[in-house]
Ligand binder design. Sequence first.
Ligand SMILES: [Zn+2]
Length: 270
Amino acid sequence: MNNSFNVHAMTICQNCENSFEGKFCSQCGQKANIKRITTRAVFSDFIKKITLWDKGLLYTTLRLLKGPGHMARAYLSGRRVNFTKPLNYILIIVAISLLLFPKKDFDQAMTGIGQNNRAMGPGYTDWLFSNISLIYLMMIPFLAIVSRWFNKKADVNYAEHFVFYCYLMAGCTIITIPFTVTLNLLHINTLTFGPIGMLQYMCWFLFFAWGYVQFFNKQRSYWGGIQGVLVLLIAYIIYIFLFSILFGLAIILAKMLFDIELIPLSKPVQ
Ligand SMILES: [Zn+2]
């Protein structure tokens, strides 16, 4: 039986002049049925976009927390429309977690930068290192490299590893949020390593290993979980190593510039 809608009617796209069948242009994706713009249409389009965006964010988060490995696999296998894209997703999650970071610490860190004509003050590094979500974000490329070494036989390319770790690290960030909030409420510096910090690390190690085992289908032995933690540690060591070198270079460079060029500039101030 045929559908009663005029399935076979050809429409000429008003955007790109392609002729097509169905509800959307096959070339540019514009709707077949374009009406004159009204105030109501403008607002309902806006609301639709926002709720769609919310839905994607909510759906991605729920699926991610329910099973990070399965979720990333589903995305990579082509079920993509309902998910927020990996880079967008992690950037949104990191931005949310940065907003939850205590403002006092943030101000302290930021005013540390320009204090004495140094490129980077001590407050800056404190803030950078205490804000775990930034570390998660910057670790993603290294995680993808290490993970690829460990899973050479798996048919997963670098970009696919990268996508998986975007989602996994976003999940780790979400897990740290309640801990950050608790530490804030108890007025504990996020840098001190107490029992809450320990619990937090435990939680995201487990979450990470769980996602890893799921994604690479290594549920059969404990080795999968251990391997996941190893990937995390090796990527972290590489990240710290590279970051220290870069940081050291930046400090040397700042000192050189400071000695050669910045002293005459700062003299009139003192
Ligand atoms: Zn078109």
